[in-house]
Design a protein around this ligand. Structure first.
Ligand SMILES: *[C@@H]1O[C@H](CO)[C@@H](O)[C@H](O)[C@H]1NC(C)=O
Ligand SMILES: *[C@@H]1O[C@H](CO)[C@@H](O)[C@H](O)[C@H]1NC(C)=O
Ligand SMILES: *[C@@H]1O[C@H](CO)[C@@H](O)[C@H](O)[C@H]1NC(C)=O
Length: 388
């Protein structure tokens, strides 16, 4: 591992172009090698051995410079091969030498020096949250640390914590709940279909999620109020390989063209149209006066609610069925075209909902030929509570 081709500004540029609003760097994975210099990992970090550079610091600086992307740090609490940890584990936590001498001071060092907006804790599950001193760490983090007023954390703080406690819930990798959750959550996923989060030298183009596969996952996640965290593994030379770079830029062109439907939205009263339909919904209110800013979903109010329908495949008959949208005489449907242009569409009332006619539209009008988004205004009131 030399990272001879590593260019932090190229990283930041690619991440920014993907449309991501935050990035989480793996500062230490389960093998224990750290990408920043620290006393606890003396001779086993990116300055002492390998690249001879502080990769965490360089990536952080480049991310802050490019702007508009929050900076986050992943940190593995346990280390697979650390003999001090293995001894603590064998004692079932009767000894606490590893957490006291390594992981706890390392985490304090990481937060104090690199001031992340997001802390993504992992590798916690073999020991209790008391062994990891997580209550003490989180008290320090939110009361005294340099990021106490801004930091966000996940839920992996020790056995019994995951999917229950934390700033937001990650539960297990590839988490995608069936129902609309009542808590903020995140889907941690990887671009490698074979499931690797690390770079695989033997990866092929077929192993990489297509733009439509990524957009499909993203849309399912946001329609249920989640955040989407998509992993890419850079190679040993410190490069994001061209295939990953291209994929991130392709995703970005869709995301940026639909920022209103993605970043300004919340879940709607329905998450998708019906189980066989490729249509997923988000929504926005024109006037949020009197609404809890942390509400899980937006209600359907004729004068107030804007509905976004993500359509993930082109219908053979050029007709999109939106059975959950009840029309009124003032209902308007538009399609997001290129350059943030809205293209008005005709629809007819059908089986309780509407059928939108997209015939006559040239595919070249769209930022993406794979998926498209409809904006629906002034649909009828409906009183539905999706969280029950
Ligand atoms: C984790 O917690 C569960 C429930 O409290 C307990 O049964 C289990 O033994 C714990 N596992 C570890 C590794 O501490
Ligand atoms: C927004 O809603 C509030 C409360 O219903 C109302 O008082 C206010 O006039 C509305 N604002 C606009 C710009 O319509
Ligand atoms: C839309 O609804 C019509 C009428 O019910 C049906 O014939 C058509 O197959 C539906 N289209 C899709 C894509 O489900």
């Amino acid at each position: 591992f030399t990272a001879i081709d590593f260019d932090p500004n190229a990283f930041a540029n690619i991440i920014k172009s993907s449309g991501a609003k935050y990035v989480v760097l793996t500062t230490k994975h389960h093998e224990g090698y750290t990408l920043w210099p620290n006393k606890q990992s003396w001779s086993w970090n990116a300055v002492d051995v390998g690249p001879a550079r502080d990769l965490v610091g360089e990536i952080r600086d480049a991310i802050l410079k490019v702007g508009g992307v929050h900076w986050g740090t992943y940190f593995s609490l346990f280390e697979w091969f650390n003999p001090i940890y293995l001894a603590d584990k064998a004692s079932r936590g009767a000894t606490t030498n590893y957490v006291d001498q390594v992981s706890y001071p390392q985490l304090i060092d990481l937060i104090s020096n690199y001031k992340p907006d997001v802390i993504w804790s992992d590798g916690d599950w073999e020991m209790s949250y008391n062994y990891w001193r997580s209550p003490e760490f989180l008290a320090w983090l939110y009361n005294e640390s340099p990021v106490k007023d801004t930091v966000v954390t996940n839920d992996r703080w020790g056995n019994g914590s995951t999917c229950l406690h934390g700033g937001y819930l990650t539960c297990q990798d590839h988490y995608l709940p069936n129902q609309l959750p009542t808590r903020k959550w995140e889907d941690s996923d990887t671009i490698d279909k074979r499931g690797s989060y690390g770079y695989r030298r033997t990866i092929t183009a077929d192993d990489v999620l297509s733009p439509l596969e990524v957009i499909t996952r993203l849309v399912q996640v946001i329609s249920k109020g989640g955040n989407y965290l998509l992993n890419i593994g850079p190679d040993a030379n410190g490069k994001i390989i061209p295939l990953f770079e291209e994929r991130l830029r392709q995703i970005g062109s869709f995301v940026n063209a639909h920022a209103e439907a993605i970043f300004s939205s919340k879940p709607w009263i329905f998450q998708n149209d019906n189980t066989n339909s490729p249509v997923w919904y988000t929504s926005q209110l024109r006037n949020t006066t009197g609404f809890d800013p942390y509400r899980i979903y937006n209600p359907q109010q004729q004068q107030n609610t804007i509905v976004y329908a993500f359509v993930l495949s082109w219908p053979d008959d050029n007709k999109v069925n939106l059975t959950k949208v009840i029309p009124t005489s003032s209902t308007v449907v538009n399609l997001f075209g290129s350059n943030n242009q809205l293209i008005p569409l005709k629809y007819t009332q059908q089986s309780g909902g509407i059928q939108v006619d997209i015939s006559g539209l040239s595919v070249t009008k769209f930022p993406s030929t794979d998926a498209f988004v409809l904006k629906i205004e002034y649909a009828a009131d409906q009183n539905v509570n999706p969280v029950g």
